[in-house]
Design a protein around this ligand. Structure first.
Ligand code: TEU
Length: 559
């Protein structure tokens, strides 16, 4: 790697503050709760904490609907609490990354209230307004990512405004340089407060085709995204933010790229482009979507998962970019339940996912609860769900002809709430998350599955993550090794090597519930036969020494 940026060997921990730790008894997590757990994150080996939105917001999309970009939502605490968090992180040699949601704001934002008040208000062009179509309907056929049309009618001025997400999340008009100036201002505000990282929410959607054409459906999924994803001026806008804020303040940045491409992510994350440090892409988390449709169920395509991870490892490496590595986040069901076994092989599965991901090149993201192997909760009925996307889609799926039971079965598997139930700290009531009534149910398995229990168990999922994170800091090949897959399409095994001039890392994982046999290719076996082989980490205790003929027990993984 040409430049060794401070974050290339780092590991990021993603905190969904509403569900992390409540110190006031409201049933919702808060900033002081996070600050109270920094020693726990330090022990895990975390370098950067990504704090998801805590700004003033009506919470229709749990904070991704921002009503004031520079003020803390009292539900999460005060600006003093925020400043204390920054200081307490610094004391521990850790850094704070915050979420920046500037593709859209809440319709409660002062900018939007002014914009909607009249056509000639100075804030009118902060948002995207269009006349009704000749038939009086929506300006075009673009669909919201939460279901339904992407346009909302406003009586006051007889126009529609664009909402790619919830109807209370109005898209900002980045064509307007005043909007771009406002974004530079808010980023600078947080950079001056000592924030060292920005996670940029759906940042590749900010440049729309200014013709706002109908989607003719010739390219899937036909919901309009081809007219605003990785749009005409997106790189120009990002370079401006980099020049004015990211570089001057040496901020690590990760762009969340919705429905993007490998070529685009190379451009977004190659240091020569001066845009982002790294990118999130989601292709590997659509391998269980039939025809790219999140709202139908099918078993995941293992070969597709392996080839996507491989394409992006090789593609980004050759393109000089950098990957944000993740299997979990607040928008996805828990990978443990989604891809593996969250029952009798729960521990093996949790450790397998960690080993498989942390051997790759990039910066790993650990989503809260993943490090103790939290699975999807057991849902009883729709009343337990809180996510606007889930409640919208439960209705829409039935409008599309599904029975209530079929719709519920789909929501149970796909809901973002699968990853939003509270962190499980100990076996006290509500798992030590709150002394009040939790805003969403606590997984009732917490007496068996909690942080306190795992801290004192050297074989726990927690200590497995802690070791993997320490390897990345101390063994160079994790950061600068190349990547070659060698499982040859094996139906159960995913395996790859990482190589640099001094070290060779071998990672093997049996993603199946059956024993799997595999013969290492002669070329690989010859190249390691004479070397001293050290087992770094395993998850079933059986992998003693590497042989050319390998048998892996169910959900076994090692490196
Ligand atoms: O999510 C963007 C994203 O990944 C969407 O494209 C995805 O389709 C959506 O999560 C529905 O599955 C970001 C945030 O991570 C998410 O929590 C917000 O709801 C969304 O943007 C709007 O701000």
């Amino acid at each position: 790697l040409t430049q060794h940026d401070w974050w290339r060997g780092s590991t990021v921990y993603q905190v969904y503050p509403k569900s992390f730790k409540d110190t006031t008894g409201t049933g919702s997590g808060d900033i002081k709760g996070l600050t109270s757990k920094l020693d726990y994150l330090k022990e895990l080996g975390i370098d950067i904490v990504w704090l998801q939105p805590v700004y003033v917001s009506p919470q229709n999309d749990n904070g991704y609907d921002v009503a004031d970009y520079c003020r803390i939502n009292p539900d999460f605490g005060t600006m003093e609490d925020f400043d204390e968090l920054v200081q307490e992180l610094k004391k521990r040699g850790m850094h704070l990354m915050i979420d920046i949601v500037v593709n859209h704001s809440s319709t409660e934002h002062e900018w939007f209230k002014a914009s909607r008040s009249s056509k000639d208000n100075p804030y009118r062009d902060y948002y995207i307004w269009r006349d009704p179509a000749p038939d009086g309907g929506v300006p075009n056929n673009w669909q919201s990512k939460f279901g339904g049309p992407a346009w909302q009618y406003d009586e006051t001025t007889g126009q529609y405004f664009l909402t790619l997400f919830d109807k209370t999340q109005a898209d900002l008009n980045w064509e307007n340089e005043k909007v771009r100036e406002e974004v530079v201002k808010l980023l600078t505000f947080w950079a001056q407060k000592g924030v060292k990282g920005f996670r940029m929410d759906v940042i590749n959607l900010i440049s729309k085709n200014q013709e706002f054409p109908n989607d003719d459906g010739s390219i899937a999924p036909g919901d309009g995204r081809i007219h605003y994803t990785d749009g005409p001026r997106v790189h120009e806008y990002i370079k401006e933010l980099n020049e004015k804020v990211f570089t001057p303040y040496n901020i690590v940045t990760v762009g969340e790229m919705s429905s993007t491409s490998l070529q685009q992510c190379i451009r977004y994350s190659n240091p020569k482009e001066k845009e982002f440090s790294m990118t999130f892409n989601f292709h590997h988390l659509k391998v269980d979507y039939p025809n790219n449709n999140k709202w139908e169920l099918m078993p995941y395509d293992f070969e597709q998962l392996k080839s996507l991870l491989t394409d992006w490892q090789i593609g980004i490496q050759q393109g000089g970019g950098w990957n944000a590595l993740f299997f979990n986040n607040h928008d996805q069901p828990r990978a443990l339940s989604r891809f593996l076994n969250d029952d009798i092989y729960w521990v093996e599965s949790a450790k397998l996912l960690a080993t498989t991901l942390h051997g790759l090149q990039g910066t790993p993201y650990v989503y809260q609860g993943e490090e103790i192997g939290m699975p999807n909760p057991k849902w009883k009925d729709m009343s337990e769900f809180r996510d606007i996307e889930s409640t919208n889609m439960y209705r829409i799926l039935q409008e599309r002809g599904k029975t209530a039971e079929e719709a519920f079965a789909i929501i149970k598997e796909r809901s973002r709430d699968n990853s939003r139930t509270p962190m499980l700290w100990d076996n006290s009531p509500q798992a030590g998350f709150t002394t009040g009534t939790p805003w969403i149910k606590v997984d009732e398995r917490y007496p068996l599955l909690n942080v306190e229990k795992q801290l004192s168990d050297p074989d726990s999922v927690f200590h497995h993550y802690r070791k993997l994170i320490s390897f990345r800091k101390n063994i160079q090949v994790f950061t600068d090794g190349d990547y070659q897959r060698f499982d040859g399409g094996h139906p159960q095994i995913y395996s790859y090597i990482r190589n640099n001039e001094n070290e060779l890392l071998i990672v093997m994982s049996n993603f199946s519930g059956d024993e799997a046999s595999f013969e290492l290719p002669d070329s690989l076996w010859q190249s390691i036969g004479h070397k001293s082989i050290e087992l770094l980490i395993g998850n079933t205790g059986e992998e003693k020494i590497l042989r050319q003929q390998i048998t892996l027990s169910p959900y076994a993984a090692f490196m």
